[in-house]
Design a protein around this ligand. Structure first.
Ligand code: ATP
Ligand code: ATP
Ligand code: MG
Ligand code: MG
Ligand code: MG
Ligand code: MG
Length: 278
């Protein structure tokens, strides 16, 4: 096997190791889910079963890849954040992306019948694309997360209004689209409230804010947050011995993965969970 005359072909492979000491985000997105969601009769604008399935598959990915610190999901997409110190697969982009995509797809299909017991899957089966992007600073990473959550908000407000006009207002798709052209957020809130009695603020958080998955440690109270409290808490202290680092790694791997639907744009979420970005 080794040293055969064919082995030179390995030299055609291109290195694709991602920049060291940067946060790696692998974002996956369902292929052709507009069609897929209509084939399986997803409720519009938000099918709760489909979101729960996405979240369950994402949680499984996080359990199998402890290097993932936090994940964020909306619609048919999920972003997985690998810690900047991650050394998995020597940080090779193709290895990271394909492993996330195939693990996610496998669980999505494996868990399908739990969430859609009455509609068995048939080909073409659901599949996902993926990409990896490096973010060099915590600010860049937080801006990335904020970007996705703003997208969630804009799309959900639009979709909620659009589908209310159709389902409750009896409009056709084109008519609803025409009516919403050029409207601002305030206009959509007003349409929802005055025409349909819907207060957008009361819509479920999972639709308005998307889903955040992360490993649960002790929460830090921002008001008592000081150096001593930090060393006492399970948040990573500034200086760790090799042993402590190993222990911390184990603790992270063991920590349960929780799901929340809350604001990740403001500081509070991150201030209370300093281990996520340390
Ligand atoms: P592409 O292959 O380019 O990603 P796509 O059809 O998947 O094409 P997206 O921009 O990814 O396009 O949009 C996702 C589609 O899936 C949207 O039409 C969205 O309404 C639908 N969808 C995803 N999740 C849900 C859900 N939980 N409930 C209802 N519809 C959903
Ligand atoms: P990596 O994650 O690095 O790929 P790996 O354990 O998958 O690690 P490979 O070099 O890909 O390592 O080797 C594949 C392994 O799977 C080998 O140990 C091989 O013997 C085993 N394997 C694969 N297919 C078969 C098969 N059809 N019958 C028996 N063993 C198999
Ligand atoms: Mg896409
Ligand atoms: Mg898609
Ligand atoms: Mg999408
Ligand atoms: Mg292998």
């Amino acid at each position: 096997m080794a040293n055969s005359k064919f082995e030179y072909v390995r030299n055609f492979e291109q290195p694709d190791n991602l920049l060291p000491n940067t946060w790696i985000v692998v974002r996956i997105d369902g292929r052709g889910f507009t069609k897929f969601s209509s084939k399986y009769g997803f409720e519009k604008p938000n099918d709760r079963r489909a979101l729960d399935l996405m979240n369950a598959a994402a949680k499984a990915v996080m359990s199998e890849l402890p290097e993932i610190t936090i994940s964020y999901g909306i619609s048919d997409e999920y972003s997985f954040v690998f810690h900047k110190s991650c050394a998995l697969f020597e940080r090779r982009s193709s290895k990271l992306v394909t492993t996330v995509v195939s693990t996610f797809s496998a669980y999505y299909i494996h868990l399908w019948s739990t969430y859609f017991p009455d509609t068995p899957l048939s080909p073409p089966l659901p599949s996902f694309d993926g990409r990896a992007v490096c973010y060099p600073s915590v600010q860049n990473l937080r801006d990335y997360m904020s970007w996705r959550q703003v997208d969630c908000h804009i799309n959900n407000l639009y979709n909620t209004t659009f589908w209310a006009l159709i389902q409750k207002g009896g409009m056709g798709n084109l008519e609803a689209e025409e009516l919403l052209k050029g409207t601002y957020a305030a206009d959509k809130n007003e349409i929802l409230f005055s025409r349909f009695g819907i207060n957008y603020n009361n819509e479920p958080d999972i639709y308005k804010k998307g889903s955040v998955l992360f490993r649960a440690y002790e929460l830090v109270d921002p008001s008592t947050h000081n150096a001593a409290a930090e060393a006492d808490s399970l948040a990573e202290p500034v200086q760790l011995s090799k042993n402590q680092t190993e222990n911390d790694k184990k603790r992270r791997a063991k920590a349960s993965i929780v799901i929340e639907h809350l604001d990740i744009i403001k500081d509070e979420f991150w201030d209370r969970r300093p281990w996520l970005l340390s």
